[in-house]
Design a protein. Structure first.
Lengths: 425, 170
């Protein structure tokens, strides 16, 4: 038994490929926990960042700088009365939130946090992610219909129309990136060494970028960039976020498809929305931004550069600890705030401790790829908040026009041009 | 890696597919039927995976479960449910139905008994799963290039036809 567990540690594949069920289970638990923590953190960060963008303070009451706000929210949601409308379709109403969470979490099976840090590697990785996340549309339609009410139904119709339309542009952008995996030339305009078969597997796509010495966002500049742009717009529409958040436009539809949901069921929709955002960001990072690869993996090589890049995770956490300590110093010196000051100091100490652990040589070598992947995904999450703070909401006909008349032709053009350039060079 | 508990998953998935199929024809509510159909389609995707055809399984999920069924539901949801629930669901032709089903069953058994030699051996060589997508691509774009392009032309005609029919003035 022990041998079975330790035998995987020496292999250099994912647990799924190695056929090791124990480690696959461990990875699934870790990803589940990590995602839940990320969603909680996102909840706090979104409110805080949005508030600062609008020159407000945001949550400040529960815990120092509102750090415990998400936990308070979670407790509030859990003890809230769970209402099911009398005229609702019971079975469908009950299934929809379950299904939306299952689809949102299942896609993370193939997300490559590192060359070995994924639950499994599938031959159809990207296809699997797009397919399973497109099942989320069904859950939204089900939720809207089962509520048996006007606002949810309109919200669900809008949402499904929007997601089905943008899926096409998104798919074309993804195909352009996958096409690049089959062109084996080295460098931005990889000349020579011919063409071969490409791949749909998430891990192989990142490896192809390493082998070609170019992130696909820069490959065949500006073609890769345009494809990435199409995906970046379509993914915001796919996750129903501002400025494409018509399905839950508060001013028109109260809350869209989840108007009739309350308490725990509503929190499942919330959880699924944020983990879907992380999932599409993970696709974008894998396809265009080099996945787990650190910046310049082929250019800045050698012992020194390896060391410099490997201390990044630890230093990040130490920086956060310093910020927390500065916050502790600036807390009001009043007996009323003593507990909060101590709490913030303790939080800073915890962050510092994590930073120190990440600086240890055996840990920092293994954690690197996860760190770079998470940082790139985090950048996308910040963009999501930034969009929400910046752009006004689209009107529905404008939304459809952007999807069908701008992004779709652009996607087809990029796909054809990528193929032509790839064959000519 | 070697497959685990194949009979269990085969019977589970085929059971789910059958259950979904039966629910499709017995539910009075059209939305429930459509949801049961999704269950069947997903179970079939699982069966394709067991047959070492991951690409077909992925396409099944994206196109049928994710794409076509969403449009199905879209239309069904806008139809009044009260009316469909009052209408009769079966036309009560039990005798004819049983005879037809019986004949079909006998036909299947006959095909199995007479043509058993044509079925592949139980220990057929396991295909290379990791190259499935690539193999499909090579087949479509090299061996069956002409048929593939003709089919795409047919789809193009269908799209143009739909646009022409939907729009009064173009």
């Amino acid at each position: 038994m022990l041998e079975y567990i330790t035998s995987y540690l020496k292999s250099n594949t994912t647990p799924g490929q190695a056929g090791n069920q124990f480690w696959a289970f461990v990875y699934i638990i870790l990803i589940f926990l990590g995602l839940s923590v990320a969603v909680i953190a996102m909840n706090w960060l979104e409110r805080k960042i949005l508030a600062h963008m609008q020159v407000r303070l945001g949550p400040m009451r529960v815990g120092p700088h509102g750090l415990l706000q998400p936990i308070a929210d979670a407790i509030k949601l859990l003890i809230k009365e769970d209402i099911m409308p009398a005229e609702a379709d019971k079975v469908v109403f009950w299934t929809a939130p379950v299904m939306v969470v299952i689809t949102a979490f299942t896609v993370f099976i193939v997300v490559p946090f590192g060359p070995t840090h994924a639950v499994t590697d599938m031959n159809i990785g990207v296809l699997f992610m797009l397919g399973v996340s497109s099942l989320g549309v069904l859950a939204i339609v089900m939720a809207g219909w089962a509520s048996n009410s006007h606002y949810p139904l309109i919200g669900a119709l809008r949402s499904s129309a929007q997601m089905v339309s943008y899926e096409i542009a998104m798919g074309l952008a993804v195909v352009a990136a996958i096409l690049m995996t089959s062109l084996h030339g080295i460098g931005l305009y990889g000349v020579g060494s011919g063409t071969g078969t490409g791949t749909l597997s998430m891990i192989e796509i990142v490896k192809a970028q390493q082998e070609q010495h170019a992130w696909f966002i820069f490959k065949f500049f500006p073609l890769g960039l345009i494809a990435f742009f199409i995906f970046a717009v379509a993914m915001v529409a796919e996750t129903n976020r501002a400025p494409f958040d018509l399905p839950e436009a508060e001013s028109e539809l109260t809350a869209g498809f989840h108007t009739e949901y309350s308490g725990f069921r509503w929190s499942l929709f919330f959880l699924a929305e944020y983990s879907a955002m992380i999932a599409v960001s993970a696709i974008a990072v894998t396809l265009w931004l080099g996945g787990w690869l650190r910046p310049f993996p082929n250019w800045l090589t050698g012992e020194t550069w390896d060391l410099v890049f490997s201390v990044f995770p630890g230093v990040t956490f130490l920086l956060l600890a310093v910020i927390a300590f500065v916050g502790t110093m600036r807390m009001p010196k009043h007996a009323y705030f003593r507990v909060q000051t101590l709490g913030l100091g303790g939080f800073g100490a915890l962050l510092g401790l994590i930073g120190l652990v990440l600086l240890m040589p055996p840990v920092r070598d293994r954690i690197q790829d996860i760190y770079w992947f998470s940082v790139k995904v985090a950048a996308f999450m910040y963009l999501y908040i930034w969009y929400r703070g910046t752009f006004p909401r689209y009107r529905f006909d404008q939304l459809m026009k952007v999807g069908w008349k701008v992004l779709l032709p652009m996607g087809i053009g990029v796909l054809i041009l990528t193929a032509v350039v790839g064959v000519l060079l | 890696m070697t497959p685990v508990a194949t009979p269990f998953f085969f019977y589970l998935l085929s059971g789910l597919a059958l259950l979904g199929g039966i629910l499709v024809i017995t539910r009075k509510n059209a939305v429930h039927s459509a949801l049961a159909l999704i269950l069947t389609l997903l179970a079939l995707a699982g069966l394709y995976l067991m047959l070492y055809a991951p690409f077909v399984a992925g396409v099944q999920i994206i196109l049928y479960a994710g794409g076509i069924m969403v449009l199905f539901l879209f239309v069904i949801m806008l139809v009044s449910i009260e009316r469909s629930q009052k209408e009769e669901q079966f036309n009560k032709q039990w005798i004819v139905g049983f005879i037809a089903a019986g004949v079909l069953g006998v036909l299947f058994v006959l095909v199995y008994v007479k043509g058993r030699a044509l079925l592949p051996a139980p220990n057929a060589q396991i295909p290379n799963e990791s190259q499935n997508t690539q193999n499909v691509g090579v087949l479509l774009y090299r061996e069956y290039m002409f048929a593939f392009e003709i089919a795409s032309l047919l789809l193009l005609v269908a799209i143009i036809g739909a646009v022409v029919m939907a729009k009064k003035r173009i």
